[in-house]
Write a protein of this length. Structure first.
Ligand code: SF4
Lengths: 165, 418
């Protein structure tokens, strides 16, 4: 499963879910509506500049704070194909995987990658190719449990599949 | 094994578990609120899953945007209520009997030592104060638990925090946890269980312990936990819904790190914007002008917190430039405060008393900040825009520091008002 897109780099650590999707918009859980406010409190221009298939790249502890899965939905709705970060906050990581959405841990990601870089990501083989700089970065491939979740399209589909036998 | 490992092992049918292993654990209690559970309900509907795992073990508490702040939040609350009715869920706490979900759950005796508790809310770590494994999850997780009563976990490594010494006057459990987070940072406990022990923890009331475990997530922790003792039993007497078996860490339990603190010289702290780890002595910030004070939330909105605030406010007045909001965390706290005469103290001092709600804590309603405004709050997060405009500021503190600041009109050390 090869993904291609452009990087939007936010090099700061601890970007929290209140910045990814502010609580004032949590009266909705509609992905398309949430998407119009993605990253609003950290970069008001994000939604205009992001194209379908792009990546968000950040530093440590991305997605810390509240448990709102709305953060994953807002990014996905805005067209972000996957998030690449030095490290993730636990619940954000869980929410991403449970949605069959890739959260890729790559130490030093925000230093290696610049905004606008073209990236190719291979989830199964565990590498990111930076087409712009011709560099390749390896990341630890996901454990089998997680790969299965990504393949099923998330936790609930997996459960519903099991229930139906 | 640690207390956390033992609970997870017992709930996944295993003799032992090791950190890093992925287990599927039985969930004793699922709790849901009006923001993150309605999406889970929609997911269940989409997948055609029409039954819940056990209606007796589901607790639903609208708290974030209730009483409904607008039409959209009314729709959210309605989806939660209709789900409760459809499945005849007995433990649904409607407005008038509700409160912040993390205040309701222990108060109503659902939180028991040795059990597993999940809720799609990051501050679910609060319930670890009772020696339970309790952690925040997402909405998809919530749907999975509602359907199956089980959830996958990576067994966390545990960090041990041994807190000794005696808290000086004017210094509280909020200051302990702010100092620990300042020490280890907002990701100092990422993915890990934070186990708290030591004489200074044992000396805390259950309410004060909940303030400590509540903020484990602010250090990135998966959970916070304190082994049950006599105080836990005393609190649970007459409340516990079931018999329980407390669990404690073994003598030879393995911790990824151990941290020793002595609180004897601790000062009242204030976490300045925009991270909970920015704790600084209140004294150093004296004179920073404020516009609002909020005393409430799942961190510090319990009766003991209100008593502390009332003690300082009694015979004083809130500075004319400040709006002071007191928000009891639950209906029980509200009623107790009323009966004890605390409302009179608050209103005489010029503070407003609100209904139990999360309200302004997450920038929901009932006390939103305008651009450039500053608030001292007893809540747990001071992120950008947390309480309103992205250019407003939240300073985190204990109820005593918040009350002292309300009187001063600027950040103040509560010891000057004792
Ligand atoms: S009081 Fe604040 S932190 Fe606690 S559950 Fe409500 S919104 Fe979250």
């Amino acid at each position: 499963m090869l993904m291609k897109g452009r990087a939007h780099v936010y090099p700061r650590a601890h970007i929290n879910t209140d910045e990814i999707i502010p609580a004032r918009y949590l009266t909705s859980d509609d992905e398309a509506e949430l998407a119009t406010h993605a990253m609003e409190d950290i970069d008001a221009g994000f939604v205009k500049s992001v194209c379908a298939g792009d990546f968000v790249v950040s530093s440590q502890d991305f997605g810390c704070g509240s448990s709102r899965e709305h953060a994953v939905w807002a990014l996905r709705g805005a067209g972000v194909q996957a998030v690449i970060a030095d490290s993730f906050a636990r619940i954000f990581f869980r929410n991403a995987i449970n949605n069959g959405y890739a959260a890729i841990e790559l130490p030093g990601a925000s230093e290696k990658i610049s905004s606008g870089d073209e990236l190719e990501v291979d989830l199964e083989k565990g590498y990111i190719r930076n087409v712009t700089t011709s560099e390749t970065y390896a990341f630890t491939p996901f454990p089998p449990f997680v790969v299965e979740m990504l393949r099923c399209g998330g936790l609930l589909r997996k459960i519903a599949g099991a229930k139906k036998g | 094994m640690t207390i956390t490992e033992k609970i997870l092992a017992a709930h996944s049918g295993r003799e032992t578990v090791r950190p890093g292993e992925i287990v599927e654990a039985d969930i004793d209690i699922f709790m849901g609120h009006d923001v993150t559970t309605p999406p889970a309900i929609s997911m269940l509907e989409e997948q055609g899953i029409d039954t819940v795992f056990d209606r007796e073990r589901i607790v639903l508490v609208p708290d974030h945007f209730v009483p409904n702040k607008d039409i959209k939040s009314a729709e959210l609350a309605k989806r939660l209520r209709e789900f409760a009715h459809k499945h005849a869920i007995p433990h649904y706490f409607e407005v008038g009997r509700n409160g912040v979900c993390h205040a309701i759950l222990p108060e109503k005796g659902f939180v028991l030592p040795g059990t597993t508790i999940v809720c799609p809310d990051s501050h679910t770590c609060t319930h670890g104060a009772f020696g339970a494994f309790s952690t925040g999850i997402g909405s998809t997780d919530a749907a999975a638990v509602l359907a199956t009563g089980k959830l996958w976990f990576k067994v966390p490594e545990s960090m041990l925090f041994v807190v000794s010494g005696t808290l000086p006057e004017g210094v509280y459990s909020k200051d302990i946890i702010l100092s620990i987070i300042a020490d280890i940072g907002v990701d100092g406990a990422l993915y890990r269980a934070m186990e708290f022990s030591g004489p200074a923890i044992s000396a805390l009331s259950m309410e004060a312990r909940m303030t400590v475990t509540n903020m484990a997530i602010e250090a990135g922790g998966k959970s916070g936990i304190i082994a049950a003792d006599e105080k836990t039993d005393d609190y649970l007497r007459g409340r516990a819904r079931k018999a329980y078996t407390p669990v404690a860490s073994d003598e030879d339990a393995v911790y990824v790190s151990e941290h020793m603190y002595d609180v004897s010289a601790l000062e009242p702290l204030v976490a300045v914007p925009h991270l909970p780890s920015n704790g600084r002595p209140a004294r150093e910030l004296a004179g920073v002008r404020i516009d609002q004070v909020v005393i409430g939330s799942c961190t510090n909105g319990r009766i003991e917190d209100l008593r502390i605030a009332a003690d300082l406010l009694e015979g004083n007045v809130v500075a004319p430039t400040v709006r002071a909001l007191v928000i009891p965390a639950s209906t029980e706290v509200w009623t107790d405060a009323m009966k004890e005469g605390l409302f009179e103290i608050f209103t005489d001092a010029g503070a407003a008393v609100s209904l139990p709600t999360c309200g302004p804590c997450l920038g929901g309603h009932m006390g939103i900040l305008a651009k450039g405004e500053r608030c001292v709050a007893t809540t747990n997060r001071n992120f950008v825009g947390r309480m309103g405009h992205p250019e407003s500021e939240v300073y985190l503190a204990s109820p005593a520091t918040a009350a002292a600041s309300a009187i001063a009109g600027s950040i103040a050390d509560p010891r000057d008002y004792l």
